[in-house]
Each structure stands twice: as structure tokens, then as C-alpha cells.
Design a protein around this ligand. Structure first.
Ligand code: DOR
Ligand code: ZN
Length: 345
């Protein structure tokens, strides 16, 4: 049995770092494990201008503890008024790594999102021409559609036509949760990839109602049926370069989670790499772990692979029920459970 696993240092291709005191509370967890992270722009107000992104990046860097080496990769939040010139300029300047498309009202702080993707033609043509990735929250927002079907319907209604119309556009289908998404990405060829979160590998929708309502298992897209979890797991451990690590760690204060209308988001940053390692171990696929965690992402983005390494060891560690103090206390993913792997500092 493998007892220690040394891999190229991983990156997180999808994370929410927030701002202010929360930013300072969560950044150390991500920076401890990951060399780089794609930082989501859904602040209030969202990050849409180069200057906003530069200022946010500086605030993130100021929250990185002394001695840790961490590079935030910034994203541009697309609105109906997205400016193709601002996007092209920011990409050329190395400020933006990608654009993020939230369908309006799909999730947290998405009210400024895109109401009709067809109206963004000039932006999409620009992204395709300059090779800048488009990161997509892939759920329809039509309230008539059952929430468990919103990703599959998005594939059919929006993503398939988009890929057909923009065949050279680099697309990351974020936090996929369904067999339909896996099948679409697998069939799409090298311009389409997907990130996969730890929660969508570990949980099915029973977790939402396990002996009572479980707000800390609630995120968007919501966790799905077991057959979808198994399809997403198979994709993650397949070795396909189209699937890579993106935690979607999304912290919310405890009283905003444990509420009559609780926020969507799972704070998985503190034990993210161990959580993924446990899945690859369970699937007897530890040989595929480095590809998923450290290689497929940078290759898709066209960025260099990290050169340093990290080591994980097989060792049970108990995840605390809470992390942090007072108003900044957070409930981590796997809180109260024991995970079978540990990152060696
Ligand atoms: O669960 C989620 N939380 N899904 C998202 O798409 C957004 C995120 C957040 O920002 O809290
Ligand atoms: Zn997200």
C-alpha cells in the first residue's frame, strides 16, 4: 500500500477567497496547499475592471502568511455590459487569467451576471481570438426547471450551441455534478475542460437530508443522485486531461449558513488536498492523482507546471467541527470526520 505520495505542488482552479476579514481568515488555508488559484470575481460589487482586479490581487497577497508562496490568478466577472477591450487589455497585461460567466441569479452574488449569452457575441469572439479561457457556471436559471436538472438542461440549451458556434473557444465547465456534464466534456475535444470539487466526489443528495436538514452540505450546483456522483468520480480518476482540480471552496459565516434561507457554499479549503487524495485512494487511482491535481489544469490554461513538490502521507486526521473564532468561525467540509491522508508541511 502506498504510504507516502509526493506530487508536483497542486493548484486550485476555482476558489472563492472573499474580502476583508474573511479573506484574511481563508487565504492561509489555500496558500498552504496550492501554488496558484483561480480566484472567483463574485464580490459585491463584482470584479469587472482591470483596476479592481489589481487592487483585489494586492489585498489577497497581503493576506498570504509570511513564508508561503502563492499566486492568485484573477478573473473578470462578465455582465451584460462586459467591455471586450477592457478584457483584451487586462489579459495582455497579465492581470486576468480568464473570464467568469454566471448566468444572472444562478448563485451567490450573480445578480449582475449575464441575462443572455447570445448578446455577448463580441466578447466571446474576443476570448476565442486571444485564447483567453471562459469559465462557466453551468446551470439554467429558469425556475420552472427542477433544481436537480439545471446543469443537464444548461448543457443542452446553452453549452452545446456555444461550443458549436465557438469551436476554438477555451471553456472550463466549472464544478460539474452530473453524468451529462461528464459525457459532454468527454465528447467535446481539447477546447472544453471541467473542474471537479471535493464535495461532488464525496456526497450525493442524501447528504442534504441526513437525519435533518444539513446546510453545510448545500452548495450550487447542488449535489446530485448517487449515479451522478459515481460518473463524476470516474471522470476525476480517469486520467483524462479534460478534468482537473477546482475546490469551489466558498466560505459563509455560520449564521448565514444555518438560517431559514441559508447561503450556498461549502468551505472545503482547509483539507482540500487530503479530501481529493482520499477519493483517488478509494478508487485505487493514486497514480492518476498528480495529473488531476497538478498537471491537467496548467496545461489547459497554457501555464507552466509547478516545479516544487508536496508530500501526503497515509495518516488519519480528525477535521475540527469549526475553524476560526467568533464571527469568522467557519464549518469546514468533513468537520467532525477523520480523513485518511495528511499533507506533510
Ligand atoms: O455554492 C456556491 N457558492 N456556488 C457558487 O456558485 C457560488 C458560491 C459562493 O460564492 O458562495
Ligand atoms: Zn464557485
Amino acid at each position: 500500500m502506498t504510504e507516502r505520495l509526493t506530487i508536483r505542488r497542486p493548484d486550485d482552479w476555482h476558489v472563492h477567497l472573499r474580502d476583508g476579514a474573511m479573506l484574511h481568515a481563508v487565504v492561509p488555508h489555500t496558500a498552504r496547499q496550492f501554488a496558484r488559484a483561480i480566484v472567483m470575481p463574485n464580490l459585491a460589487p463584482p470584479i469587472t475592471r482591470i483596476a479592481d482586479a489589481e487592487a483585489y490581487r494586492a489585498r489577497i497577497l497581503a493576506a498570504v502568511p509570511e513564508g508561503m508562496d502563492f499566486t492568485p490568478l484573477m478573473t473578470c466577472y462578465l455582465t451584460d455590459a462586459a467591455d471586450p477591450q477592457e478584457i483584451e487589455r487586462g489579459f495582455a497585461q497579465g492581470v486576468w487569467a480568464a473570464c467568469k460567466l454566471y448566468p444572472a441569479h444562478a448563485t451567490t452574488n450573480s445578480s449582475h451576471g449575464v441575462t443572455d449569452i447570445r448578446a455577448l457575441r463580441t466578447v466571446l469572439e474576443t476570448l476565442q481570438r486571444i485564447g483567453m479561457p471562459l469559465l462557466i457556471h453551468g446551470e439554467v436559471t429558469d425556475r420552472e426547471i427542477d433544481i436537480f436538472d439545471r446543469e443537464a438542461v444548461f448543457v443542452e440549451r446553452t453549452l452545446a450551441p456555444l461550443v458549436r458556434d465557438f469551436p476554438a473557444l477555451k471553456i472550463v465547465f466549472e464544478h460539474i455534478t452530473t453524468a451529462e456534464a461528464v459525457d459532454f466534456v468527454t465528447a467535446s475535444g481539447p477546447m472544453v475542460a471541467a473542474t471537479i470539487t471535493p464535495q461532488h466526489l464525496h456526497l450525493n443528495r442524501n447528504a442534504l437530508f441526513d437525519g435533518g436538514l444539513r446546510p453545510h452540505a448545500y452548495c450550487l450546483p447542488v449535489v446530485k443522485r448517487e449515479r451522478h456522483r459515481l460518473a463524476v468520480r470516474a471522470a476525476a480518476v480517469s486520467g483524462s486531461p479534460a478534468f482537473f482540480l477546482g475546490t469551489d471552496s466558498a466560505p459563509h459565516e455560520i449564521d448565514r449558513k444555518e438560517a431559514a434561507c441559508g447561503c450556498a457554499g461549502i468551505f472545503n479549503a482547509p483539507y482540500a488536498i487530503e479530501s481529493y487524495a482520499a477519493v483517488f485512494d478509494e478508487e485505487s487511482a493514486l497514480d492518476k492523482f498528480a495529473g488531476f491535481a497538478s498537471e491537467h489544469g496548467p496545461r489547459f490554461y497554457g501555464l507552466p507546471l509547478n516545479t516544487e513538490t508536496v508530500t501526503l502521507e497515509r495518516a488519519g486526521q480528525r477535521v475540527p467541527d469549526r475553524i476560526g473564532e467568533g464571527a469568522l468561525a467557519l464549518v469546514p467540509f468533513h468537520g467532525g470526520e477523520t480523513i485518511g491522508w495528511r499533507l506533510v508541511d
